[in-house]
Write a protein that binds this ligand. Sequence first.
Ligand SMILES: Cc1cc2nc3c(=O)[nH]c(=O)nc-3n(C[C@H](O)[C@H](O)[C@H](O)COP(=O)(O)O)c2cc1C
Length: 167
Amino acid sequence: MSIETSNCVAKQNGVCNKFPYFTKGIIVKGFGRGSKELGIPTANMCSEAVKSLPENFDPGVYYGWAKLSNNPTVYKMVMSIGWNPFYKNKTKSMEVHIIHEFGCDLYDLTLSVCVLGYSRPEMDFNSLEELIKEIRNDIKTASDNLDSEEAQQYATHCFFTPDSNSS
Ligand SMILES: Cc1cc2nc3c(=O)[nH]c(=O)nc-3n(C[C@H](O)[C@H](O)[C@H](O)COP(=O)(O)O)c2cc1C
């Protein structure tokens, strides 16, 4: 499976010239804490997608759109990039929380994402409850930002159409 990654610099998108960033990759197993401990499942992107991130993608929380290979719907998403300081991970990860309830595992599907903005840096927390509260806040912020007309345009971008997504 080839990973197609492109940094389409939109000179007039008014956000920041590293957005939108388009990438896709296979969903792999993480530690499983997202579903079990946080009640906020995340799709962990394969190492190829993590390695292809541009250098100017600082660790932190991002938002944008996501689409699974078995489903034509483009969903809102929030994404965490980094080492999860609360859990002190040893490996950098790129985890996408799709703002939708699937009720099943998404392993081995290909996830296409369009990243439109940065919300905040990764943080450590004193308790699991504080981490969950902050992620819930990230989800609300992302959802509100993605309601803008400017962001909505990318939900129908040709990147998400089957032909441009077939590799
Ligand atoms: C929107 C969002 C924000 C996150 N912010 C942080 C953070 O600030 N600090 C942190 O340690 N982990 C953060 N995480 C990562 C969670 O700790 C991680 O999703 C959880 O450990 C599950 O990982 P796992 O699927 O590998 O088990 C964030 C995750 C998401 C989806």
